[in-house]
Design a protein around this ligand. Structure first.
Ligand SMILES: NC(=O)c1ccc[n+]([C@@H]2O[C@H](COP(=O)([O-])OP(=O)(O)OC[C@H]3O[C@@H](n4cnc5c(N)ncnc54)[C@H](OP(=O)(O)O)[C@@H]3O)[C@@H](O)[C@H]2O)c1
Length: 193
């Protein structure tokens, strides 16, 4: 069964975006970018990959799941940010498919459970926080890009009180000269008796 992977950038104080929704203070230059482009090329927006002359990849992910606010970041210019993936946006608004992007008001947990049973690469939970809060119980793998910045306020990785305690096992951690650190944790599953 494919996994739901939350691959996300976070400030040292645990925010995925600053108080005015800003993400510009994350580091977009440095040696961690090489790792991103090499190992997570699927998560590079299609138009950016084209600009960089990168071959878009679908090696890891088959689907990207976004909340409406995250999807809205690219609008109005970028209506289909990840054309190389199946793109699903969760919204209460009744919207028709645009440029290969599917909009749904389905319950996000049910949606993720259905997607997990389908064929294909893993499901990338792109964000943002509100969507992540709802599907946290379905997250199988958490890949966090810890950036050496403090935001002071903003959108937390997960809202306090939005979830039950859960244990994750460390799979890998890496630090870069840029000051960014990646950690990868997999949800600990009960072992069969
Ligand atoms: N650091 C990172 O790697 C990263 C990654 C992604 C995003 N971000 C940042 O996160 C921020 C956006 O996060 P966010 O928490 O504000 O928003 P979000 O999770 O992207 O989107 C929330 C919106 O999605 C819709 N929605 C959520 N749950 C729904 C449900 N159960 N049913 C139907 N619709 C639902 C609603 O919009 P409607 O009004 O359309 O119904 C809701 O307002 C931005 O600042 C973005 O830059 C950061």
């Amino acid at each position: 069964m494919r996994e739901l992977v939350y691959y996300v950038a976070v400030s040292l104080d645990g925010y995925i975006a600053g108080p005015d929704d800003q993400v510009e203070d994350f580091l977009y230059e440095g040696d961690h970018m090489t790792a991103i482009l090499e190992e997570f090329a699927d998560t590079v927006p299609t138009h950016v990959a084209e600009m960089l002359g990168l071959e878009v990849s679908t090696a890891r992910f088959g689907t990207v799941l976004m909340g409406a606010n995250t999807y809205a970041i690219g609008l109005p210019e970028i209506t289909s940010p990840y054309q190389h993936l199946e793109q699903i946006v969760v919204t209460h608004q009744d919207r028709r498919e645009v440029d290969g992007v599917t909009f749904t008001s389905a319950d996000p947990v049910e949606l993720v459970r259905d997607l997990k049973h389908q064929e294909g690469g893993d499901i990338w939970l792109c964000g943002g926080g509100r969507l992540a809060d709802q599907v946290i119980g379905e997250i199988d793998r958490l890949i966090v890009k810890h950036n050496p910045v403090l935001f002071g306020a903003g959108r937390p990785l997960f809202a306090p009180g939005a979830y039950d305690p859960a244990a994750f096992d460390l799979v890998r951690s890496r630090s870069f000269d840029s000051g960014v650190m990646f950690t990868e944790h997999a949800r600990r599953r009960p072992t069969a008796a």
